[in-house]
Design a protein around this ligand. Sequence first.
Ligand code: ADP
Ligand code: MG
Length: 401
Amino acid sequence: MPATAFLPLLPGQIIEGRPATLGVLGGGQLGRMFVRAAQALGFETVVLDPDPASPAGRSCHHFIQAAYEDAEALREMARLAHAITTEFENVPAASLRELARLRPVTPSADTVAIAQDRIREKACFAQCAAQSGVPPAPHAVIETEADLAAASGNLLPGVLKTARLGYDGKGQARVGTRQELADAWHGMGRRACVLEKRLPLAAECSVIVARGRDGQTVSLPVQRNLHRNGILAVSEIHEGNIPAPLAAQAQAATCRLAHELGYVGVLCVEYFVLEDGSLIVNEMAPRPHNSGHYSIDACDLSQFELQARALAGLPLSAPRQHSPAIMLNLLGDLWLDAAGQPRQPPWRQILALPGAHLHLYGKTEARPGRKMGHLTFTGPTPQAARANAQTAAALLGIEAF
Ligand code: ADP
Ligand code: MG
């Protein structure tokens, strides 16, 4: 039987004696918000994650606690789930390939493998730039001492990024001189890296699209993102958050990329807006993205419902944002006082603010920089959402934005 035999999967449909079930590799907050959306549609859900206390593991119907390479656990996933997705790009592509022999898997292992590797990702962006008109930052691949010696001085000052396993600013070093570059690369264990020219950023933004097996593509509005210490801090989503022609260009480039990749599922692409007003493509995530969490509260179709629909082969309709929104990430720092002692953030005061939507992920241990939850403010106008978000930021001890 082909892996896709039961598509489209209809919510509540009985297949092989069980209700239609969607599976996700990874039990973090993205997995949790995915299973919630899948459950709301009427699907049963399975999560595979090595952590016994994973946020999604405690929100799903069936939890498989195992490593992502565990062959038996993958077979169990394929037995329970009629279609399978992933919540993060660092799941082994080999595990996705194995699952895809048995069940529909979106996005495909091949596209996830590109997003896992900055070298392949940059090459793909450079190739797409001919059609999209949006290039990646000037860069060079550094895999050997010879590459290091040959790297153009035009790329300095630059950012050295490991090709694999970097996130939230980890696996990156800012380098100003050749000596700093060499020290940083050696310090990273001479792993394969990309050296990017450091660019003068006026703003950062991201675009989330969902593409179905039939090629139908829908897009969320452009998110304007503020990062602090390499971690997303604030997303602002409302008309005029970035100039309209740039927003249109970023959306078109993202749809084009999804098309070129033959992508199926939810894809997020991050962009830089440079001081000269031009657009640069930075990186992609083959899954829902932190900058799209506002869509749960501010759109009539969230990025997680789009992920579930694309996976199940159901129609995607164009999401409509019904309210301007500002999202604040809630990092573990907010649960610690100046002396590093545990404290509770002032939720009563936060929830008294109009348009506050609190999402905590159920993580038991607060650590600095750890994503514990997010807070979305919706309002009748961008100004109203922003005013309440700024009040909340002040109450929580988040720097104003
Ligand atoms: P991560 O996987 O950690 O999100 P990114 O490549 O998105 O890695 O880099 C994290 C942040 O660092 C970006 O959002 C941006 O603020 C900054 N940054 C990354 N590359 C550059 C660059 N070439 N020029 C200027 N700033 C950069
Ligand atoms: Mg990034």
